[in-house]
Design a protein around this ligand. Structure first.
Ligand code: CMC
Length: 426
């Protein structure tokens, strides 16, 4: 028996079906409301709106839980690999050994870019932000891979998904190399996904490059932690762009543009800059007072969904300690500031009352800096890892028989109809 919610407007009552998911809040189906009652629902920022049905990722923000296809993020980060998580997100189940071997081979053998693509990078100013390069370069993939942009063909959708996952590390590494004036390094098929990316980012022709297993594992784990996060701003952007039938490369470029904002993926860059600005533990009380006086926000803190510890932040904190220990930088002053700031904020009623806990970006900046990445690369790495989430959600949207072009409505508060006044009379 279906449940119904009743809504009364102007003395008339409307029954709205309440739909249950497998877990999480029920949703009130308002799809027919405008047709039946001539009203829209109003929810800027989508704080109470489910924009789609999805089977990919589940977050319980109050409990601090994040599940991909049902598997807790902590278990995936500890036991799995990024490519296995990619398979899981895309296909719904963990792969068998042979399925994984096939998938790994497919991704590994699609990492190269069309040779002409390299000329595209050199069109950017040498001081361009790597996120600007990423947005342009990923959008440009649609100009190079015409054979996989028919969105109505499931096989082409799959090929595009594989191409994106495979080529993002190559594009990200080139964006980095271009910004530091070093020659591009081609991918090699005898390295793992994370190792290959680190090699393309950090090796130079002048000397041999040796992989460091601790840093490779940390990179892989950072990719896992950023792989998907249900209907956040950039994912919703990808779905909205895709709902018009736009090609997958253009949709992912739209997601990258959205991710760049400081309230979203840009926060890891901002969080590190904040720790550098605070500089030392003695300056924390003044800085926290500035937050309370609303001069600025504590970057890397708070989340629209998590009103408890971000489960990714706990794994990120552990990874941060492992990386700093490996490179012999456990006394990094930024880490000291971060740990003390976290302690102060978690015990201060301003943050406790507002349920502001550290999010993933609080520790990722210090970790990435220690691994050798400049701050401008932080959001690029997020984009690289999130590509699988975006493309999985995009693919799911196409497989949904209820797919419709996204077309929100509005509450209009502008001028009423009026007549044009010629320029000479104004
Ligand atoms: N520092 C200080 N106060 C904060 C913060 C913060 N980081 N975040 C929220 N608040 C306060 C805010 O001032 C408000 O207080 P009041 O009710 O007294 O006016 C209250 O908490 C609720 O804030 P909100 O802006 O309504 O919350 P939101 O859900 O719209 O914002 C957020 C979520 C992530 C944009 C916000 O917490 C923020 O700006 N955090 C800093 C940026 C950041 O770290 N972003 C990364 C998010 S995780 C990575 C990702 O998913 O992209």
């Amino acid at each position: 028996m279906a449940d119904y919610a009743s809504l009364s407007i102007g003395g008339k009552s409307y029954d709205l079906q309440v739909i249950k998911g497998t877990t999480g809040p029920d949703v009130v189906d308002v799809r027919k409301l405008y047709g039946d009652a001539d009203v829209f629902t109003y929810d800027p920022g989508f704080t109470s709106t489910a924009s789609c049905e999805s089977k990919i990722t589940y977050i319980d923000g109050d409990a601090g839980v994040l599940l991909h296809r049902g598997y807790p993020i902590e278990q995936l980060a500890e036991n799995s690999s990024f490519l296995e998580v990619c398979y899981l997100l895309l296909n719904g189940e963990l792969p068998s050994a042979s399925e994984f071997a096939d998938f790994e081979k497919t991704i590994t053998y699609h990492t190269m870019l069309h040779a002409q693509f390299d000329r595209f990078f050199t069109g950017f100013r040498s001081d361009a932000h790597p996120m600007a390069i990423m947005t342009g370069a990923v959008g440009a993939l649609s100009a190079f891979y015409h054979d996989s942009i028919n969105v109505d063909d499931p096989k082409q959708r799959e090929i595009s998904a594989h191409r994106l996952i495979a080529k993002m590390p190559t594009i990200a590494a080139r964006a980095f190399k271009y910004s530091v004036g070093q020659p591009f390094v081609s991918p090699r098929n005898d390295h793992s996904y994370a190792e290959n990316f680190l090699r393309m980012a950090f090796s130079v022709p002048a000397e041999d490059w040796k992989p460091n297993p601790v840093l490779t594992r940390a990179m892989d784990r950072i990719f896992i932690l950023h792989a998907d996060h249900e209907q956040n701003a950039s994912t919703s952007t990808v779905r909205l762009a895709g709902s018009s039938g736009a090609n997958p490369f253009a949709c992912i470029a739209a997601g990258i543009a959205c991710l760049w904002g400081p309230s979203h993926g840009g926060a890891n860059e901002e969080a590190l800059m904040m720790l550098q600005e605070i500089g030392s533990v003695e300056n924390i009380p003044d800085y926290v007072q500035g937050v309370k006086d609303r001069k600025y926000r504590l970057m890397g803190f708070g989340h629209r969904v998590y009103k408890n510890f971000d489960p990714r932040a706990k794994v990120m904190q552990k990874t941060c300690h492992e990386v700093l220990a490996e490179i012999g930088d456990s006394d990094d002053p930024l880490l000291k500031v971060a740990m003390e700031l976290e302690k102060v904020a978690l015990n201060d009623p301003y943050f406790v009352d507002r349920k502001l806990y550290p999010n993933i970006d609080f520790y990722s900046g210090i970790t990435l800096k220690a691994m050798g990445f400049p701050t401008t690369m932080f959001t690029v790495l997020f984009a690289l890892a999130r590509t699988v989430g975006w493309i999985s959600q995009w693919k799911e949207m196409f497989e949904d028989p209820q797919r419709k072009i996204g077309r929100p409505r509005q509450l209009y508060t502008g001028a009423l109809k009026r007549d044009y006044v010629p320029l000479e009379n104004r």
